[in-house]
Design a protein around this ligand. Structure first.
Ligand SMILES: *Cc1c(COP(=O)(O)O)cnc(C)c1O
Length: 387
């Protein structure tokens, strides 16, 4: 969890203020060295795992280049991501086509570029993989229920019931593919570590039953992303995630832990980014209203879409913090009334906040810049700088 005192006494914060002071707002500044530190921390916490960065979280070139340098692998969701990561020098052996929703011609494209590892969760997709990516390794994504304890759930749309996963892996073998393993994603910003326990138990069940009944020996579990970034809502530290999850694996698999893959997105890049916005207008809706409306030049359509349903609660810092504060509603600059970031969350901002002051949105390195609209009300996409 984010702690304000630690944060503003940190030398990176001063370096950031210096770096960003003359940049046009809104913008995001990403500290690539923080991403590197997060990567190394995750790698050291799970020394037995291979890390496939889910590049959708932040596909900035300096981030990708640094991760390639560090030996990271990548979870790829489209041919455009594939082209980008190959152009930066990633090896096809270090890539996984992790999107279960793909066109047959994209499967072919990935295969031609040398990718041999594919996720699936349906029969039709599996048939395409067998036809256009023969002999490749396939892993099946199973459904896990995570809508309650994950701040940004990824349930329902992806994955299939374990019984179907069983059938798909048998069919994969029969179609000449290599049944490789099981994947799951427990939901992004998953605050309940126990969710991994349930998912690992399902994987274990599939490992056993496929071996006993079909003589299929799976070798890999892809435990997805879901590791935490530092927002307002508290989470356990990464150390606790690592020790608990490792214990779940040992409980189920003993000494014989399969190959483990992690697919972090948010936890590697979120804390490395700061979004700077400027206050455009402060107003009240009637003379006795208690809350001020604070309108800023960033909003749901240029970087802050994860405030939908007030799901992700970013820490916000101003240069006037420390004095008296009062409740605000924070909204974006566009002419769409859904462009309100926080109303129920009851954020407080300094009473002497003025038009032209800056709001710094912390932990905005993930799922922000690429989620920005192109020309809504004419506003350009959010600009990202790397330091
Ligand atoms: C988005 C995504 C991830 C990354 O999840 P985080 O919660 O951001 O770590 C991992 N795997 C897949 C398949 C994804 O779609």
């Amino acid at each position: 969890m984010y702690n304000r005192e630690d944060f503003v006494s940190n030398s990176d914060w001063k370096k950031f203020l210096e770096f960003s002071k003359n940049l046009e707002t809104p913008n995001i500044v990403v500290n690539v060295n923080t991403v590197r530190k997060n990567f190394i921390k995750l790698r050291d916490s799970f020394p037995y795992a291979r890390i496939y960065y889910a590049m959708k979280a932040n596909p900035g070139e300096p981030v990708l280049k640094m991760l390639i340098e560090e030996g990271c692998c990548f979870d790829i969701a489209s041919r455009y991501e594939l082209d980008k990561i190959l152009a930066l020098g990633a090896k096809p052996d270090n890539l996984s086509y992790g999107n279960t929703i793909k066109k047959a011609r994209d499967v072919k494209y990935f295969y031609e570029k040398g990718v041999r590892m594919f996720a699936t969760d349906s029969k039709e997709d599996l048939k395409n993989i067998a036809e256009f990516a023969p002999k490749s390794r396939v892993y099946v994504r199973i459904l896990v229920e995570n809508s309650v304890t994950a701040d940004w759930p990824l349930s329902r749309k992806f994955g299939c019931h374990p019984d179907m996963a069983y059938d798909l892996l048998v069919q994969a073998r029969d179609m000449g593919l290599t049944p490789y393993g099981i994947s799951f994603h427990v939901g992004s910003q998953q605050r309940d570590i126990g969710q991994w326990n349930d998912a690992i138990a399902k994987a274990k069940y599939l490992f056993n039953s496929l071996e006993e009944e079909e003589d299929i020996k799976l070798t890999m579990i892809n435990m997805g992303g879901g590791f935490p970034a530092s927002y307002i809502e508290p989470t356990n530290t990464l150390d606790v995630y690592a020790s608990e999850i490792t214990r779940y694996l040992q409980d189920d698999f003993g000494e014989d832990i399969p190959e483990i893959i992690l697919e972090p997105g948010r936890s590697l890049v979120a804390d490395a980014g700061i979004l700077t916005s400027e206050v455009v207008l402060i107003s009240r809706k009637n003379n006795t209203a208690l809350s001020r409306w604070v309108y800023i030049d960033a909003g749901k359509f240029n970087g802050l879409i994860e405030t939908l349903d007030e799901s992700i609660k970013y820490p916000i810092v101003t240069e006037k913090d420390g004095g008296k504060e009062s409740e605000v509603i924070i909204a974006g600059p566009t002419c769409d009334s859904m462009d309100i970031m926080y109303e129920d969350a009851k954020y407080k901002l300094p009473r002497d906040l003025k038009i032209g002051d800056k709001l710094y949105w912390l932990s905005t390195g993930a799922y922000t810049s690429t989620y920005a609209s192109v020309e809504f009300n004419g506003f350009p996409p959010l600009k990202t700088y790397f330091m």
